[in-house]
Design a protein around this ligand. Structure first.
Ligand SMILES: [Zn+2]
Ligand SMILES: [Zn+2]
Length: 557
């Protein structure tokens, strides 16, 4: 299917996710009618989408072209880059490429969804280049807040693309082994057509500090505490986990790990050769019996997740370990925008029990894995692309990143949003169209389009309540009993007696105007009554409940 004039010959780029938000990255490169997909991520839905856990990019554009999809290449193992695979891979059925640690995380997800046997998961070792159609791809290691963060050097007959993935400059990272400045300059010298890159921290005027810089601060804080110490962080930050292990040894505390994802990541990291000198992990129940100043607990839940380990400790529902007044919780993490409320609730629970809370606002105990402005400036200087395409950001990040690239005199700078189709070559690069985009929500086990009205109905039910009215006529056209009124989440209080009577009177008055003289159709009556009831509720309560009226026994129109 070639919808675009140059789809069969031009070098194209289009993001389907991650260029209108931070999260759910999905980028596509097209050449000779074939497509290469980079990353396949998810986002957490937040509190505005009731009942929804995850959202994904709408795949319609690439689903229609799945026969021409050469493969999915994963830059690294964060959820916003791999989290959609286990849910949406069956729609695409393409081979997947990843480095060992990322592949290990993907494998576990596929196993959970019973897909492991079906997915061709290719593990790329030691930076060996590999080819998919006319794309030759090489993983370039860069430091990030997870092992095996990578840029991709994608060589095509129409030019070289440098896709940065998520990155920061941290030459001393103990797990990353990042490419040196010289290696990156060498890529730049060969001539790079386009750099597609991370915009997350463009507003930071300072470079992100090295991961190891927080270790002395964290260690000092742990050493000062007399009670139990809990450190919570992002499970996937293996270098941070390694640091916590070292601090446990240095401060004479035994390490206890709580949280499924923390245990899972530690297992995957060890399997891939990381965490070689990690101290022995104590069982949770043993941690509960040790003197309080001999325990260091590492756990999940730094974003206030209800089901995570830290929330269990805060609410004292963990059966094996009970925190008490004088214990300390260190948040070695940042507050992800949108999570302020749940994190606030979590901290309140802890503080109310006399547990001390220390966050990155109180001490330097967290660093970001994304590049601040000075790092971006360096990368542009080293790679020297002719085209800059900022991705991995909300519009405000992407625009600021584009302004920076213009200031650095990159020849062509774009400000994409999801669906912006850009021709990179041949000829001057330009936006040549918009492709279909949108969002899919995981609702239990099913996928819903966010554009459908299911979720707006659900929100309305949540905010306004529901009223179901059933009216039954007998064969003679007379009312068969009283109308049945079922309220949910509305009309619950004792003060509603008058409103209930008014509602009943309204229904009866409406019905009296119907039958039998003009034999009206039931569907028309249902709508008429629904609007009348809605008017009553708006007038009396200021609410707009979701109202369902069912009339049976009359002829349906
Ligand atoms: Zn990342
Ligand atoms: Zn990311």
């Amino acid at each position: 299917m070639a919808d675009w004039p140059g789809e069969s010959s031009d070098l194209l780029f289009v993001p389907l996710g991650g260029s209108s938000e931070i999260g759910m990255n999905l980028n596509l490169y097209g050449l000779l009618g074939k497509w290469l997909m980079v990353d396949f991520g998810t986002s957490f839905a937040g509190e505005t989408l009731p009942g929804i856990d995850l959202i994904f990019p709408d795949l319609s554009f690439i689903e229609k072209r799945k026969r021409n999809l050469l493969g999915l290449v994963l830059t690294h193992g964060h959820e916003d880059h791999i989290g959609a695979i286990a849910h949406l891979w069956p729609k695409l059925k393409c081979p997947v490429y990843a480095t060992p640690f990322t592949a290990e995380l993907v494998r576990e997800k596929l196993k959970e969804e019973d897909l492991l046997e079906q997915v061709e998961l290719n593990i790329i070792q030691d930076g060996k280049p590999f080819s998919l159609g006319s794309f030759e791809i090489r993983y370039i290691p860069l430091a990030h807040s997870i092992p095996e963060g990578h840029a991709l050097e994608i060589t095509t007959p129409r030019g070289v693309i440098f896709h940065t993935g998520d990155w920061k400059l941290d030459p001393d990272s103990t797990v990353a082994g990042p490419a040196s400045e010289a290696a990156l300059r060498t890529i730049g010298k060969k001539g790079v057509l386009a750099m597609i890159g991370d915009s997350t921290n463009v507003f930071n005027k300072e470079a992100s500090p090295p991961e190891q810089s927080i270790k002395p601060n964290l260690q000092k804080l742990v050493a000062e505490q007399k009670g139990r110490v809990v450190i919570t962080t992002f499970a996937s930050n293996v270098e941070r986990v390694e640091t916590v292990g070292e601090i446990a040894e240095a401060t004479g505390r035994h390490l206890v790990i709580i949280g499924r994802s923390m245990k899972r990541i530690i297992g995957a990291a060890k399997k891939c050769g990381y965490l070689k000198n990690f101290p022995p992990i104590l069982k949770e129940e043993d941690g509960g019996y040790l003197p309080r100043d001999k325990v260091l607990i590492l756990c999940t839940g730094c974003q206030g997740e209800i089901r995570a380990a830290l929330n269990g400790l805060a609410g004292d529902v963990n059966k094996k370990i009970h925190l008490s007044a004088g214990d300390t919780v260190l948040f070695s993490s940042k507050m992800i925008p949108g999570n302020e409320l749940p994190i606030g609730r979590l901290i309140n629970k802890l503080v109310a029990r006399g547990i001390k809370v220390i966050t990155e606002k109180d001490a330097d105990i967290h660093v970001s894995g994304h590049p601040g402005e000075p790092e971006l400036v360096k990368m542009y200087d080293w790679i020297r692309p002719r085209i800059a395409i900022p991705v991995h950001g909300e519009p405000r990040h992407i625009h600021a990143h584009a302004e920076l690239a213009e200031k650095l005199q990159v020849g062509h700078v774009f400000r994409p949003k999801n669906g912006t189709l850009i021709r990179l070559a041949p000829g001057p690069p330009e936006i040549i169209g918009e492709v279909e985009t949108g969002y899919l929500a995981l609702d239990g086990k099913r996928l819903l389009s966010l554009a459908s009205n299911t979720l707006s109905e659900r929100r309305r039910m949540m905010e306004n309540g529901v009223l179901a009215i059933t009216i039954t006529f007998d064969r003679g056209g007379k009312l068969a009993g009283r109308p049945v009124i079922q309220p949910f989440g509305i009309l619950c209080s004792a003060n509603d007696v008058q409103l209930k009577l008014d509602l009943y009177d309204l229904i009866m008055a409406e019905i009296s105007t119907w039958a039998p003289r003009d034999e009206p159709h039931a569907r028309f009556l249902e709508e008429e009554l629904r609007l009348a009831v809605l008017r009553l509720f708006r007038h009396e309560t200021g609410k707009r409940p979701l109202i369902s009226v069912t009339v049976t026994g009359l002829e349906k129109g």
